[in-house]
Design a protein around this ligand. Structure first.
Ligand SMILES: C[S@@+](CC[C@H](N)C(=O)[O-])C[C@H]1O[C@@H](n2cnc3c(N)ncnc32)[C@H](O)[C@@H]1O
Length: 270
């Protein structure tokens, strides 16, 4: 599958209407006061990757993010990582995501937390970033590149929007030593829409885009371990429906059999 179809199918695959309200209703039903919500209240619902908020904080520390940095979160989903970078690390974050219903929900949640002046949400394609050259100090991307085939183009775009001296922080599932992965995956029902490369292949395409590797951690045993924080069941259930049981089963086998590994990495843009 080429990337034109990525654009057409990503919204269909991931998108669901009314997500912001569904999340707020679920939090209210669990006894949270919606007028005093915090990023920790939201974390089980809006950190849409294995490892949850803990993994976000781990990557932010690995990247040594500091207050005032202008961060672009590519494929930022419901905005949990972006709000964490703002509240706990003092960054100003622009989130771009292809799935319109996520951008709407993310915007609602950001407004609810009163963070609208520091976190901005925008619909856009990671492969055609609608930003100026050198506009950001950091590009952040977490579990978002799996459906993207044109990775060279993706990393060239990250390089373009970073200022010299900027950094790229990523968390991505990658192809493990045992192939192929078992489907269905959280992001793809079959091999036609999943584009994982091995860690060696990933470095071999990110570094030629102009990046220098500063940190490279295989966090499979940590972030993707059984019992590690992950989205509250309500969110995957809502998004994946009846397929969730098969996805969860495949996820465990992919991890245990070395078919998929999880990496956190930080690169400098010289
Ligand atoms: C598993 S979610 C991760 C969301 C978020 N990064 C997080 O960790 O909470 C994957 C996200 O990637 C987005 N995505 C996939 N392909 C994209 C593309 N080409 N451009 C922008 N976003 C994309 C999806 O819309 C979805 O929100």
């Amino acid at each position: 599958m080429g990337d034109a179809s990525n654009v057409e199918t990503t919204d269909d695959y991931w998108g669901r209407d009314g997500l912001g309200q569904t999340i707020l209703d679920a939090l209210a039903a669990s006894g949270k006061n919606l007028d005093t919500l915090t990023i920790d209240d939201l974390a089980p619902m809006d950190q849409f990757h294995p490892g949850g908020k803990e993994a976000t904080v781990r990557l932010a520390r690995l990247a040594r993010l500091t207050p005032g940095l202008r961060v672009l979160d590519v494929g930022g989903g419901l905005g949990g990582p972006a709000r964490t970078l703002t509240v706990e690390f003092g960054c100003h974050v622009t989130v771009v995501d292809l799935t319109e219903s996520y951008v709407r929900a993310a915007d609602e949640l950001t407004a609810r937390l009163g963070l609208g002046d520091r976190v901005t949400h925008k619909v856009g394609n990671a492969l055609e970033l609608p930003f100026d050259d050198g506009e950001f100090d950091a590009v952040w991307t977490q579990n978002s590149g799996m459906n993207i085939a044109a990775k060279e183009l993706l990393y060239a775009g990250f390089y373009r929007v970073l200022r010299p001296g900027g950094l790229l922080a990523l968390q991505e599932p990658m192809a493990g030593p045992v192939q192929p992965p078992i489907f269905p995956l959280m992001w793809a029902r079959d091999a036609a829409t999943s584009f994982l490369r091995t860690p060696v292949e990933m470095r071999a395409l990110i570094e030629p885009a102009g990046f220098r590797t500063r940190a490279w951690d295989d966090v499979t045993a940590d972030v993707a371990r059984p019992g590690a924080a992950s989205p509250a069941p309500i969110l995957p259930q809502l998004l994946m429906g009846d397929e969730l049981t098969a996805i969860t089963h495949a996820q465990q086998r992919n991890r245990d059999e070395g078919r998929i590994v999880m990496v956190q990495a930080v690169f400098d843009r010289p």
